[in-house]
Design a protein around this ligand. Structure first.
Ligand code: PGA
Length: 247
């Protein structure tokens, strides 16, 4: 049985206020796809995107969150603030944060945990580097990331897992359908029994998803949506991907 697909746009550190509003408006005004849509703009554009999304069904998300509550933490944004701003989702443990900010599995788990406590669904990212894949370590790396990054308060309904092979992000290289199916199946195997309502868990794929490859990827049994970077920065390509999801 296929789960309701989530197509989330990760805008990363791109765009002006005006561009963010125009993109969100175009997506919100389009005929709603069958899939659930979410937009994750940079923090500074969240409020404007919220207004642009208006009464549409497009959900709002953020790209990161601190694990701390309110207080003297200059530059940080708390889960309570994201909830207050109308976010339904937050991306945690993206490989760019694991790499550039040295985020550990433990930190990712604590961010996911506070998000859950604030009623926000964390999109917990995992994925191997090219060196790890070539060394035959994919399974072991993903297993360790899942074990370390999925918090104790997670259920199949309050988290989403994103499998994003690091070598496929922003490179134009997409994992083959067989590679995606294998890792998604592995993640499902690890979490289906561990999590309450594990059968409901959505596992989405990210890494150079574009209109040309989305249909095939989204048809795979254990793929419940996509986390889209580059192709989410244009309404046409994001909507084409979204419309490729049949559930
Ligand atoms: P990409 O990014 O679609 O540009 O490869 C995906 C991501 O990093 O979430």
């Amino acid at each position: 049985m296929k789960r309701h697909a989530l197509i989330a746009g990760n805008w990363k550190m791109n765009g002006t206020h005006q561009g963010a509003v125009a993109l969100a408006t175009a997506i919100a005004k389009a005929p709603p796809p069958v899939a659930e849509l979410a937009l994750c703009p940079p923090f500074i554009h969240i409020a404007a995107v919220k207004v642009a999304l208006g009464q549409s069904n497009v959900a709002l998300g953020a790209q990161d969150v601190t694990f701390r509550a309110d207080g003297a933490y200059t530059g940080d944004i708390s889960a309570a603030m994201l909830a207050d701003a109308g976010c339904k989702y937050v991306i945690v443990g993206h490989s760019e944060r694991r790499e550039h900010h040295k985020e550990s599995d433990q930190l990712v788990a604590s961010k996911a945990s506070v998000a859950i406590d604030s009623g926000i669904i964390p999109i917990i990212c995992v994925g191997e580097t090219l060196a790890q894949r070539e060394a035959g370590q994919t399974q072991q790396v993903v297993e360790a990331q899942i074990a370390g990054s999925v918090p104790a308060n997670a259920t199949g309904q309050n988290v989403v897992i994103a499998y994003e092979p690091v070598w496929a992000i922003g490179t134009g290289l997409t994992a083959t359908n067989a590679q995606i199916a294998e890792v998604h199946g592995q993640i499902r195997g690890l979490l289906e029994k561990r999590l309450a309502a594990g059968g409901d868990l959505r596992i989405i794929y990210g890494g150079s998803v574009k209109p040309e490859n989305a249909s095939d990827i989204l048809l795979l049994e254990d793929v419940d949506g996509a986390l889209v970077g580059g192709a989410s920065l244009k309404a046409d390509s994001f909507l084409a991907i979204a419309n490729s999801a049949k559930v």
